[in-house]
Design a protein around this ligand. Structure first.
Ligand code: ATP
Length: 410
C-alpha cells in the first residue's frame, strides 16, 4: 500500500469557479481518510484527480513517492469503487472479478497477439500470474461472502450484493490505494450500516490506504481514521472524528458534523476579569473566565455553541436557565427535548437532522430562542412543561460572529 499526497492542488473546469481550491493533504499509508461535505463542495473532483480521471489545473499529486500528475489512470495502480457499481452487465460475477487481472496479465484474444511479442522470460512470468487469477478471485469472493454468487450476472443480484462485487473487483487487484465515491448511497439505511461495519473490518484486515467520499457525516464519523471536511473546494478541517466533533474549526464544521445540529446562540460577550457574561434576548449567563473564549476585545459579538448532550434538564437543582418544552422526539435509546427560552412557544428548532446541504453554515445563525437537550429515554418530561437547564461550561464552544472561527481556548 502507499501514501497519497496532494500539494496545493486546484482544479478549474472550463468557464467555472474553482471546483478544488488549493487543497493540500497527506493520506498516510494504511490510513482511512474520509472527505465529507455538502453537494458540490469538490470532494468527488478531488477523488477523480487522485484517480487520474481529471487533470489538475495546478499542484502536485503523489502516490507513494511518485508524482503522478502525468500518469494515466491505469498506471496509477489505484482502484476506485463508485456509487453505481459500474459492473459489466453481460459478465458473470466471476468474470467481473477476474476481468481486470486477465487484461493486466495478458489474457484475452487481443493480448494473445501482444504476448507473441514478449521475451520468453516475460511470457513465463505473465503465465504464472495468470494461473493465480482463479485463486485470487475465489479468495476475494470468500472474503466478501459472495463465493456462492460467482455464476450469476449483475441483474440477478441485490443492491448489497452488487456493491460487494464492485468492492471485490477493487480488492482483487491489490492496488496501492482504494478510492470510494459514495459507494453505499444506493443501499437502504440498514444495509448501509452493515456495509459500513464490513468496510471497516476490511480496512483493518487488509491494512489498506483508503480514501472515501461521502456527504453523510455519520458515515464520515464512523468510518474515518481521520475526516476532512470540505466546502467551496477547500478543506476546512482535517482531524480525527472526535476532535472534529469536540473542537470544530469554525461554524460550518460545527453545524455540519453531528446528527443533531449543535445549539448555537448569537450574542454579546463581556469580559469582567474573573468572569465573562454572555447575553442575548434569551440568555444571560455568567461564567468563570476559564470557560470563556481566547483573549480578545472586552466586549465582542460571538456565537455560543453547545451540543444537545451537554445540556442538563430538570427541576430540583440550581439552574440559571428556564424554558418551555415545545416538542419531544422519543427515539427509544434517548430523547431529544426541544425547549423554547422565550415566553411564546415556537416551532421546533430544526426540521430534519440531515437538512444541512446549504452554503450558509459558516455565518452566524439567525437569533432564535430555541435549543435542544438530550435526555434519557425514560425521562418523564412533557410538552408544555417549564424546565430548568444547565449547560456544561467545560463543553461550551465560542465562535467569532464575523469570521465564524472557533475562538475557544484549547
Ligand atoms: P456531490 O456530492 O453532489 O457529488 P461533490 O462535492 O462531489 O458533490 P464535485 O462533483 O466535485 O462536488 O463538483 C464540484 C464543483 O465542480 C461543482 O460546482 C460542480 O458543478 C463542478 N463540476 C464537477 N464536474 C464538472 C465538469 N465536468 N465540468 C464543469 N463543472 C464541473
Amino acid at each position: 500500500m502507499s501514501s497519497v499526497s496532494l500539494e496545493n492542488v486546484s482544479k478549474r473546469f472550463q468557464g467555472a469557479d474553482l471546483a478544488v481550491d488549493d487543497v493540500s493533504l497527506i493520506v498516510n499509508d494504511r490510513e482511512f481518510l474520509v472527505l465529507v461535505g455538502p453537494s458540490g463542495c469538490g470532494k468527488s473532483t478531488t477523488l477523480r484527480l487522485i484517480a487520474g480521471l481529471e487533470r489538475c489545473t495546478s499542484g502536485t499529486i503523489r502516490i507513494g513517492d511518485r508524482v503522478v500528475n502525468d500518469v494515466i489512470p491505469k498506471d496509477r495502480n489505484i482502484a476506485m469503487v463508485f456509487q453505481n457499481y459500474a459492473l459489466y452487465p453481460h459478465m458473470s460475477v466471476y468474470n467481473n472479478l477476474s476481468f481486470g487481472l486477465r487484461l493486466r496479465f495478458g489474457g484475452g484474444i487481443v493480448n494473445r497477439g501482444i504476448r507473441r511479442l514478449l521475451k520468453p522470460g516475460q511470457a513465463a512470468e505473465l503465465s504464472k500470474l495468470r494461473s493465480g487469477i482463479d485463486q485470487q478471485v475465489r479468495q476475494t469472493a470468500e472474503r466478501l461472502g459472495i463465493d456462492h454468487l460467482l455464476n450469476r450476472k449483475p441483474h440477478q443480484l441485490s443492491g448489497g450484493e452488487r456493491q460487494r462485487v464492485a468492492l471485490g473487483r477493487a480488492i482483487v487487484r491489490d492496488p496501492a490505494a482504494f478510492l470510494f465515491d459514495e459507494p453505499l448511497s444506493n443501499l437502504d439505511a440498514k444495509l448501509r450500516q452493515k456495509m459500513r461495519v464490513e468496510l471497516k473490518r476490511l480496512h483493518q484486515e487488509m491494512q489498506a490506504t483508503m480514501i472515501y467520499v461521502t456527504h453523510d457525516q455519520v458515515e464520515a464519523m464512523t468510518l474515518g481514521d481521520r475526516v476532512a471536511v470540505m466546502n467551496g473546494g477547500k478543506i476546512l478541517q482535517i482531524d480525527t472524528p472526535l476532535a472534529i466533533y469536540d473542537r470544530p474549526a469554525n461554524l460550518f464544521v460545527a453545524q455540519f458534523i453531528g446528527s443533531v445540529p449543535i445549539n448555537l446562540q448569537s450574542g454579546v460577550l463581556k469580559n469582567n476579569g474573573a468572569t465573562v457574561r454572555f447575553q442575548n434576548d434569551w440568555l444571560n449567563m455568567e461564567l468563570e473566565s476559564k470557560f470563556g473564549p481566547k483573549a480578545g476585545a472586552d466586549t465582542r459579538s460571538v456565537v455560543l455553541g453547545f451540543r444537545a448532550e451537554d445540556v442538563r434538564l430538570g427541576e430540583g437543582f440550581r439552574a440559571p436557565i428556564r424554558g418551555t418544552v415545545t416538542a419531544i422526539d422519543r427515539l427509544g435509546d434517548m430523547t431529544h427535548v426541544h425547549v423554547s427560552l422565550t415566553d411564546e412557544p415556537r416551532a421546533r428548532m430544526f426540521d430534519a437532522p440531515e437538512n444541512k446541504d446549504n452554503d450558509n453554515l459558516n455565518i452566524a445563525p439567525r437569533a432564535t430562542g430555541m435549543l435542544v437537550a438530550r435526555t434519557s429515554s425514560n425521562d418523564p418530561v412533557e410538552t408544555g412543561q417549564t424546565v430548568a437547564l444547565t449547560i456544561d461550561p467545560e463543553r461550551i464552544l465560542w465562535f467569532d460572529a464575523d469570521s465564524g472561527k472557533n475562538i475557544s481556548k484549547d
